[in-house]
Write a protein that binds this ligand. Sequence first.
Ligand code: F6P
Length: 326
Amino acid sequence: MSMVKCIGILTSGGDAPGMNAAIRAVTRAAIHNGMSVKGIYRGYKGLITNEIKEFKTQDVSNIIPRGGTILKTARCEEFRTVEGRQLAYERLVEHNIDALVAIGGDGTLTGARIFAQEFNYPVVGLPGTIDNDLFGTDVTIGYDTALNTIMECVDKIRDTATSHERLFFIEVMGREAGFLALNGAIASGSEAAIIPEIYLERDQLAEMIETGFRKSKSSSIVLVAESEVTGGAIGVAARVKKEYPQFDVRVSILGHLQRGGSPTARDRILATRMGVAAIDALLDDQRNVMIGIQNDAIVYVPFSKAIKNLKPINPDIMKTLEIVSI
Ligand code: F6P
C-alpha cells in the first residue's frame, strides 16, 4: 500500500503540446485515488521559489485542447546545484508533498533522477518533448502534434517550391535527434531528411546530389534536423551554394511554431494514459521511473535507462523514405 497522500506536479524544460492533458490526467487520477494535488509553477524554479498551489479537479477543466502548459515552464540553473536542490526538497517537505510527478524531456528527467537519488524521494517522470528522444518509449508527448505541424508547413512550402522549381532546405527541431526530420519528411513527401545520426556516418548531401535525387522532379524539399553535426539548414544550404551552384536554393527554419498548437487526438490520448499511469506507478510503490509506451502498453523505464541510452533511429524508416523519394 502506497504511503503517498499528496503529490506535486510540475512541467519543466521546453513545453510540448499535450502537457496540459497530462496535468489534467495526473490531477484527476490522484484525486480519484484519494490523494491531494499541488501544482508547482515554472518547473524546478517555482519549486525553489515556492510557487505552489493546491489543485482541485476544476483547476484542470477545459485545458485538454490547449497547447503549452498551464503550469508554465522554465529551464532552471539553480536546480543543477546541490544548494538549489536542497531548497527544493525543503519546499516539498513544507507543503507535505510526498511524491513528485515531473513532465518534460531529457533535462527534466536528468534533474529528477539526481534529486530522487540525493534525497531518496519518490519521483515519476512523464516524457513530454516534441523531440521524441527519450529511450524506452516509442513516442513522447507532443511529438505527434509537432509532426503534424511540420507536415502542414512543408505542404505549404511545396506550393512555392514547385512553382519556382527550387531546392528547399527546411530546418526542423529535434535537439540533435532526427525523429522529427525523418518522419516529417515521410509525412510531407519530402525528398530527403538530413539527420545527425546518419550525417555522422556518411555524407548524405553528396549522396543525394550525386545519385541525382532531383532528376525526375521540378522541385525538391529536404528536411534538415537542427544540429551542430548537420550545421542545420543554413549550413547545408551554404555547402550546396558552394559545391553545387546549379541549384536555386532557399532555406526555411520552422522554429518555435513547431512547439505550439492544440494537441492532436493521439497526443491527448497518450498524455492522458501516461498521466493516469504515473499515479498507478506511485500506488504500486514505483519510484524514479519514467512512464513509457511500447507496442501500445504502458511500461516503467528507470530514469537511468531513459536518459543515458541514446534512442536509435529505425533504419527501416530511413530506407522507406529513400524508396519513396526517387
Ligand atoms: O527540446 C525541445 C526543443 O524545442 C528542441 O527541439 C530545441 O532544440 C530546443 O527545445 C529549443 O529550446 P529553446 O526553446 O530554449 O530555444
